[in-house]
Write a protein that binds this ligand. Sequence first.
Ligand code: NAD
Ligand code: 6OD
Length: 486
Amino acid sequence: MTETLHFIDGQFVPSRSGKTFDKRSPLDNRLMGTVAEGGREEVDAAVLAARRALHGDWGRMPVDKRVAMLHAVADGITQRFDEFVAAEEADTGQPRHVMQHAFVPRGAANFKIFADIIKNVPTESFMLDTPDGAGALNYAIRKPKGVVGVISPWNAPFLLMTWKVGPALACGNTVVVKPSEETPASATLLGEVMNSVGVPPGVYNVVHGHGPDAAGEFLTRHDEVDGITFTGETRTGTAIMKAAADGIRDVSFELGGKNAGIVFADCNFDDAVEGIFRSAFMNTGQVCLGTERVYVQRPIFDRFVAALKARCEAVHYGRPGAPGSNYGPLISQEHKAKVLSYYAKAVAEGATLVTGGGVPQMPADLAAGAWVQPTIWTGLPETASVVREEIFGPCCHIRPFDTEAEVVALANANRYGLSTTIWTQNLSCAHRMAAAIEVGITWVNSWFLRDLRTPFGGSKQSGIGREGGVHSLEFYTELRNVCIKL
Ligand code: NAD
Ligand code: 6OD
């Protein structure tokens, strides 16, 4: 049994109230331990510690030293790689290879990339002509935004939390993180790394707890928080934006998606099947960039559906690291109930069930876990719930199309605009599609292939702002202009 504590001002502490909540394993619903339930007092203590650090050692630290420290954080993560993998595995139940090859290495990379970027960022300057001929020099300086509230979800906890904390710290801010209540472990472990490499107390703080009327909301409403960066559901984004409006605080949002995968008849067939399989079913479909709507050009439609069905039926459910296991459970019993309610709705609304649609037969020791089958439907209109709404589970609806214009209209007819994946060997078609589809990220013949220097974020109701590379600086710094009359 574990006891997960807050990390405030460099110390691991319980809640003053003594309140905790239970953490259960997604694999078998076993009680794994308790997590401190933060309230106003913990949020207040963390934010004030962050404010002190901002004006103290961290604020005064030369950039070179800060950059070296963030490299040391990245190295510290790498040195404790197996512990981070174990923490993520225990919280999410996802396959070990996903943690080892994708999610945990990104934690270290998220610190390195922004440390390197901050060393090399130029600022603009202008020479102004003045009537007396002397001129005036304008130049911009970048300052940290201040105390940044980071609110993160459970689906790729360490990757997504460090994707915010890395640039925030690189830019000289201090942070208070409120990780998802479902996945508290890796954020807490990172506190140990911060202490071990000498990051000053108060620079990185973690308060555990829930969202509405709890630690999450208290953080977003705190007067001493200068900006809020959030990844999660669109409707939570709405609540956070309202809270931020009260203090005129800036927000950066990475929200939900209902992403289209588009497969043209001229694609490399095997690559497309594998690519769509990954985009729809990796992490048990719990990826914001994942594909829940698939459009396949008519000449290859039946063959594609059959191939994807076969791929789904070949998954191996199991514990992370068990021989052959490549498919995990959903995050929780609540999420399982939500996904299964969509499985029922799809059938009620007239779907043809190609595969899945329920709960797999599991061995006795895993039977109580949050397992659901990878599921494919066809035959639904675009108005059906499972075609319009984000489910965030291992499922997709596949529909045939004939022309480029038709599929562009289908893909765009949704309130979300996060990402798309397009499979074709016709590069001109790929360029036309990329320009026409209303999303923040288009992948062609690939999916979730990330270059951290590029702008990342969502269009429409999938987000506000772009992070990644120098774009992260737009949120995590304030630009000030200085004008000197010569
Ligand atoms: P969620 O919105 O339920 O929770 C995210 C975080 O917000 C949690 O820490 C939660 O405690 C907190 N929270 C909830 N209500 C709050 C409130 N009123 N005030 C302050 N904090 C609050 O999301 P989730 O279920 O953890 O994650 C899944 C969602 O995240 C999906 O919609 C997915 O698409 C989205 N997501 C988006 C991206 C992206 O890059 N666009 C990435 C990952 C996940
Ligand atoms: O790769 C990233 O930076 C990122 N934010 C990924 C989001 C994954 C969503 O589940």
